[in-house]
Design a protein around this ligand. Structure first.
Ligand SMILES: C[S@@+](CC[C@H](N)C(=O)[O-])C[C@H]1O[C@@H](n2cnc3c(N)ncnc32)[C@H](O)[C@@H]1O
Length: 256
């Protein structure tokens, strides 16, 4: 959801209006309004690439945390797979989310274009072409959302406390939330959220490990140390996905 538009705005001193759903979390305490959310979601193919998902992985019972309007859940469902997406933005209706996407679309694409030097836009062609890919993904999400919510495939829930029993999922995925927003989400939040993921899922994959200034997150080493202390196996693995220019690694944590 960030496409580095978040990064752009951070440097214009309007950071919180561009941190999409993250603003939601911060704003809740002060009275949240949808006008503050910038919904922006990735495609199924991007999820497969950034998490190095195999056909076997796609058969697992998957938790997507912070999925926003990404199309991954819709496509997993279409393929007959099983997954649940948890995100506080699902408290809104599909129409509300659609309206907000329409409102922010042009401005978001302008911000992507202004930051082209920090992004791998080549594979899309241009900021506008990237926008069309994102729009198609979000349209796919919107077509699936209300039905999926009734089927409890989309649930309004949030880090660091998840409403799931221990070991409910085979695999938990977290795209563009933990580590990316290192400045906004403190170390303690990261430690609690990762351990919570470990409680509810047998395997965890998190991407990216870079923050909004394209540096490896300062929370990564403390999280790795905590995992080691808990006796958990954690690997940093290279993946075939890059959007922010920088090392393309995901964190994989396994229970055995
Ligand atoms: C940058 S977007 C990423 C969307 C999607 N994962 C993707 O890669 O296209 C971040 C998402 O995190 C969600 N979010 C914010 N705070 C959260 C929290 N505490 N727990 C779970 N999700 C949260 C937002 O609502 C938003 O949808």
């Amino acid at each position: 959801m960030n496409d580095l538009t978040d990064y752009t705005i951070a440097h214009q001193g309007r950071r919180f209006t561009r941190i999409c759903g993250l603003f939601f979390r911060l704003e809740k305490m002060m009275g949240f309004t949808l006008e503050k959310v910038v919904p922006w979601g990735r495609s199924f193919e991007e999820y497969v690439a950034m998490f190095a998902l195999s056909e076997v992985d796609l058969q697992k019972f998957i938790l997507g945390i912070g999925d926003g309007p990404a199309s991954f859940n819709a496509l997993i469902h279409e393929r007959g797979g099983r997954m649940l997406s948890a995100d506080p933005v699902y408290a809104f209706s599909g129409e509300q989310i659609r309206g907000r996407i329409e409102e922010i679309y042009d401005d978001t694409i302008e911000q992507v274009a202004a930051n082209a030097e920090h992004l791998r836009l080549e594979r899309f062609g241009s900021a506008a072409a990237l926008g069309q890919v994102r729009l198609r993904a979000m349209e796919r999400f919107l077509r699936d959302f209300e039905g999926g919510k009734r089927e409890r495939r989309y649930l309004s829930a949030e880090f660091p406390d998840l409403p799931f029993a221990d070991h409910s999922f085979d695999l938990a995925l977290c795209s563009h939330l933990l580590f990316l927003y290192s400045e906004q989400l403190e170390q303690e939040f990261h430690l609690r959220s990762v351990m919570e993921l470990y409680r509810v899922a047998r395997e965890i994959r998190i991407f990216p490990l870079l923050d909004l200034s394209h540096q490896t997150s300062p929370h990564l080493q403390p999280v790795l140390a905590e995992l080691k202390q808990a006796g958990l196996q954690a690997n940093i693995e290279r993946v075939d996905y890059e959007f922010q220019i920088g090392p393309k690694h995901m964190l994989r944590i396994m229970s055995d």
